[in-house]
Design a protein around this ligand. Structure first.
Ligand code: SF4
Ligand code: SF4
Length: 346
């Protein structure tokens, strides 16, 4: 929940240069779904941090100036201590919690403390969604969770992963949810190209079916979303990000340098830190205060800034907006979205 004091802290951190803006913490690899384009459920690991260790880790993130924490997994809501983790994280950070739609409706009290709850839903077509998620009945569960959270006044966001399978329905999908007062945050199907034996961060699984082949249509979709965004603040992706995606699909050009380990980084269920989930872990979260300004991290940042190995949308977003000016652009965009949330409170 965004209290006045938290808002002040967040604004002052957003205006301080050279701080990490965003952290995604995959607090567990456990998942109750079997999504076709995902490696997480295929590669399980029992070892994960305790509640106290996670809280200690959150204290460290606060110390190094992180603004926003996304709690994901696996399915983070499967952890029995999730209530405590969300409550603690949301005291200091803009906190987003991800769910595949199966748990959020049953965890309303825990989720009241989160700033945003993102439900991953990929289609308005129940069969198609169930096929993508690998679980029968997944669509029904997701829609019920979205409705429940919205009714309860929790800031629920839908998060479809755009792929060849749903590309042609994304505009209708967006209209459907924003007209109901539920904003949309897109992901873009991508798969992990760099596999290594000590990989613990593996997420995207290569699958021909999901790869976007209809590049021309993708460009048209970006144009359409840019138009829709002018009139509707329920599209949470910034204009700059939509234009960057358009550029990839129209001319294969990247309009950004990667800011991994600079404006964003990842933490896995063991507390290992890496610039992004495709790069090897480079530290334990508990060593971050002494490493954040180190030569070692500066060298890694230089290396990552030249990397062009992926097009995961959140990495593009936080690379494009990874500066004080970038934070102000996000704030401007989020302000419009905040008005959208207020207008649509049930
Ligand atoms: S994409 Fe998310 S919900 Fe689906 S299997 Fe992977 S971790 Fe679970
Ligand atoms: S471009 Fe950046 S986010 Fe993508 S793999 Fe390279 S370092 Fe990671």
């Amino acid at each position: 929940m965004i209290t006045f004091n938290k808002a002040l802290r967040v604004i002052s951190r957003a205006l301080t240069p050279n701080k990490p803006y965003h952290v995604q913490w995959m607090i567990t690899r456990k998942c109750n779904y079997r999504c076709r384009g995902c490696n997480v459920w295929r590669e399980q690991d029992e070892e994960e941090l305790s509640t106290e260790e996670i809280k200690r880790g959150l204290d460290i993130l606060r110390k190094i100036g992180v603004l926003e924490v996304t709690i994901s997994g696996g399915n983070p809501l499967l952890r029995p201590d999730i209530d405590e983790i969300i409550e603690y994280a949301s005291r200091f950070f803009i906190t987003t919690v991800y769910d595949n739609g199966s748990m959020a409706g049953k965890k309303v009290e825990a989720l009241r403390n989160a700033d945003f709850v993102a439900i991953s839903i990929d289609s308005l077509n129940p069969e198609k969604h169930d096929y993508i998620k690998g679980v029968k009945g997944a669509w029904k569960e997701a829609m019920a969770s979205i409705e429940k959270l919205h009714e309860e006044g929790i800031n629920v966001v839908v998060s479809p992963t755009i792929s060849q399978l749903n590309l042609h329905e994304i505009a209708d999908f967006t209209r459907y949810f924003v007209n109901k007062g539920i904003p949309v945050w897109y992901c873009l199907y991508s798969y992990d190209v760099m596999q290594s034996s000590d990989e613990l961060f593996s997420i995207g699984k290569e699958d021909e079916e999901f790869l976007i082949r209809d590049r021309k249509f993708m460009v048209e979709l970006c144009d359409l979303l840019l138009e829709m965004k002018k009139k509707n603040s329920g599209i949470l992706m910034t204009t700059k990000t939509l234009k960057a995606i358009r550029n990839i699909y129209s001319s294969n050009k990247r309009t950004w340098k990667c800011h991994a380990l600079r404006s964003f980084f990842m933490i896995n269920h063991r507390g290992e830190v890496s610039g992004c989930h495709l790069q090897k872990p480079v530290a334990s979260i508990f060593d971050l205060p002494k490493l954040w300004n180190s030569e070692k991290f500066n060298e890694l940042r230089k290396r990552y800034s030249k990397c062009e190995k992926c097009a995961y949308l959140c990495y593009i977003f936080y690379s494009l907006h990874g500066s004080v000016i970038g934070n102000l652009q996000i704030a401007k965009d989020r302000w419009r979205s905040a008005k959208f949330f207020l207008r649509h409170k049930p």
